[in-house]
Design a protein around this ligand. Structure first.
Ligand code: SF4
Length: 440
């Protein structure tokens, strides 16, 4: 599929001196981020709330909008969802009681600067502190504000060394910051180091580049990523307005080359907090083969109260999706619990009544149905084992407590007991306590 700019009627008006070649060059885009109030006012007539928001948040969080993302903004409507995600308002500078600088409790789970190790078998590798556009809803702004400084080569090496030393880590999520801002060669170097670690099975990359800088995704990048499979790209479309022809080309370039793409959206009050907006987003994601993965409840982060929705609202949205559209379009509604409690997923309660012999359930139309219980209730699997790709087979004890995950051997101090609901099997494990590394 070829890339065209015909879907971007605004960009030539905003950047009359830019050539087509420059516009489609991600490095030109990155060099020309709109970073200050005067630059922004040259391009757009701001509301008083936005103008003051830029001033009030100046020392708190970076302002930075790629020319491409800026061109998606409706210049006439302050409620444009792209505009609200890119331009600060005064409310962002207000910190309410209970709001946290580190809402996911990552900092006390950082054994080395570039690693967050909160869950038993996976880590977050923080690779850089820069993004192609700074989202006003960013809850990792303590890092992406530049306050900590970028991650140097030694720190990245220490992060990789940590993963190599921890054989329980089978899944590495690379984020930051946006890893797609690395050159393809540098990202390949990091991926090669991780792929050389035998116990790393899965690599994931969290990126908003397909949304805010889609011209960065080219054939070379996609082929390089494919060579490190199994590797998943987790992107972050929050509104169907962001799914332009350029964004589609970016996502489809990845998928066509064999790189699966999943989407994590954040539910934001007044931005995408409607059934129409969320359903449209999920449908549009599927049409470009980005699988809807999570719909995140907004974290309890400093300055973001104005974007938070009541918990029940998200549940109602899911009620409006489940059964009313295909299951592929229904994401997990996730809450990342404050203070490092980990993710839990919630959904509408369809159980009306539980009896010994049956459960009465409500379907999406509100009708009641009975699901009869089987007579035999023992569920142990006699042939239970883990089958590794290299042919090894690890037989597991029949005891259901085998679901418990071992504590990393060098857990330094506090061990927190939490429930994890990080994946689709979470509900089946809901009675299983996972011991999670909480120090280091
Ligand atoms: S791209 Fe991600 S890390 Fe960067 S500002 Fe946006 S939400 Fe934060």
């Amino acid at each position: 599929m070829s890339r065209t700019s015909t879907d971007l009627p605004a960009w030539k008006r905003l950047y009359p001196d830019a050539s087509d070649e420059q516009w489609n060059d991600w490095r030109w885009q990155a060099r020309n981020l709109v970073r200050s109030l005067p630059e922004l006012e040259e391009k757009l007539k701001l509301t008083e709330d936005e103008r003051r928001g830029c001033v009030d948040t100046a020392g708190i969080f970076r302002l930075g909008i790629s020319p491409y993302y800026l061109s998606l903004i409706d210049p006439e409507h302050p409620s444009c969802p792209v505009r609200q995600q890119a331009i600060p308002v005064q409310a962002e500078a207000r910190v309410r009681p209970g709001e946290l600088r580190d809402p996911l409790g990552e900092d006390h789970n950082r054994p080395v600067r570039g690693i967050v190790h909160k869950y038993p078998d996976r880590v977050l590798l923080l690779a850089l502190d820069r993004c192609s556009t700074y989202c006003r809803h960013c809850t990792r702004r303590r890092i992406t504000s530049g306050g900590e400084g970028d991650f140097n080569r030694d720190e990245l090496q220490r992060a990789v060394d940590y993963v190599a030393l921890h054989s329980e880590v089978r899944d590495v999520l690379i984020s930051g910051g946006d890893p797609f801002l690395f050159t393809t060669a540098k990202l390949a170097e990091l991926l090669a180091m991780l792929r050389a670690i035998p116990h790393v099975e899965i690599i994931r990359i969290g990126t908003r580049v397909p949304v805010t800088l889609p011209m960065r995704v080219d054939d070379e990048l996609a082929r390089m990523l494919r060579s490190f499979a199994p590797l998943f790209v987790i992107t972050h479309f929050n509104h169907a307005k962001e799914i332009t022809q350029d964004a589609r080309v970016a996502v489809e370039t990845l998928v066509d080359r064999g790189v699966p793409v999943e989407n994590q959206a954040v539910l934001m009050r007044g931005v995408n907090s409607s059934l129409i907006a969320i359903k449209d987003l999920m449908h549009q994601c599927l049409t470009m083969r980005a699988r809807p993965y999570y719909l995140h409840q907004m974290d309890v982060a400093q300055g973001l109260e104005h974007l938070r929705t009541p918990l029940e609202f998200g549940v109602e949205l899911l009620r409006g999706l489940r059964g009313h559209t295909s299951g592929l379009a229904v994401p997990h509604l996730a809450i990342d619990l404050p203070d490092g409690g980990g993710k839990v997923t919630i959904q509408p309660d369809y159980v009306v009544e539980k009896r010994d012999t049956e459960t009465i359930l409500r379907n999406y139309r509100g009708e009641h149905y009975s699901y009869p219980e089987p007579e035999e209730k023992e569920c142990a699997v006699a042939y239970d084992a883990i089958w590794y790709p290299d042919g090894r087979v690890e037989h597991r004890p029949a005891n259901p407590s085998a679901l418990d995950v071992p504590i990393p051997s060098d857990a330094a101090s506090a061990i927190a007991t939490r429930e994890s609901a990080d994946d689709a099997t979470a509900s089946a494990h809901s009675l299983t306590r996972l011991n999670v590394l909480a120090g280091g």
